[in-house]
Design a binder for this molecule. Structure first.
Ligand code: SAM
Length: 212
């Protein structure tokens, strides 16, 4: 590894936010899954969580590319770290949960507040909530949206105002809009100014990344 490459890995790791995550609830289209992880990487998210579709994963269209395919396979096999060659998935941790209740239990135990991106009657504008505390942004399935169970269990519903004719955004677009607001708030709060990981964890991840 060149010194420049090592420095690049360090620079990225210095900005990783261990207390900002996403929960993808039955998001099943590989290109959406992949696009969300790409955004997560850009924002500095360290780990992502997923509840897989109950009927299993759909066949992966070849056209979606190796990155998304290998990513979903990794999640489906229950691995917590993707060895995928996909560009974004390589740089974060992925954890699959069997159902929404288990995912919530896991995230709650770690102190995450959960904001469901959900266009409900009680939803507030996504720019009005605080993303500087430990936060999980929950995103719903392409067709059905957030489940009733997840909507009920979330701390708040956040919505991106829709002023046009269509009722909702593509899930990966919604994820990007909300996560970049979280990034904006965290930049302002100085959360990217110094490493957020413990020295031990930082070193362990750096070693893993060095071999990627
Ligand atoms: N018919 C579904 C529904 O009623 O929720 C639409 C699902 S939408 C295509 C997929 C996911 O993207 C949603 O569950 C939500 O998480 C997110 N999403 C899409 N547009 C959104 C918006 N304007 N505000 C917040 N989240 C949005």
């Amino acid at each position: 590894m060149t010194p420049e490459r090592l420095q690049r890995l360090r620079t990225v790791l210095d900005r990783r936010q261990p207390d900002l995550t996403v929960l993808l609830e039955q998001v099943h289209k590989p290109h959406n899954f992949s696009a969300i992880l790409r955004t997560c990487d850009a924002v500095g998210v360290l780990e992502a969580h997923a509840v897989l579709p109950s009927k299993g994963l759909p066949p992966l269209p070849e056209a979606e590319g190796e990155a998304a395919g290998s990513l979903l396979s990794a999640i489906g096999s229950g691995k917590t770290y993707s060895e995928s060659s996909g560009s974004a998935a390589k740089w974060m941790f992925l954890q699959a949960h069997p159902d929404t209740a288990s995912a919530f239990k896991h995230l709650r135990a770690r102190g995450f507040q959960i904001y469901a991106a959900h266009l409900s009657e009680t939803a507030v504008d996504y720019r009005t909530v605080d993303y500087t505390a430990p936060t999980c942004v929950l995103l719903g399935a392409e067709k059905w949206g957030v489940s009733a169970e997840a909507a009920e269990g979330a701390d708040a519903h956040v919505a991106i105002p829709m002023l046009g004719m269509v009722q909702s955004l593509n899930v990966s677009v919604a994820a990007a809009v909300i996560l970049f607001e979280a990034q904006r708030q965290r930049l302002q709060a100085g959360l990217y100014d110094q490493p957020r990981l413990s020295p031990e964890r930082y070193q362990a991840i750096l070693e893993t990344w060095s071999q990627a």
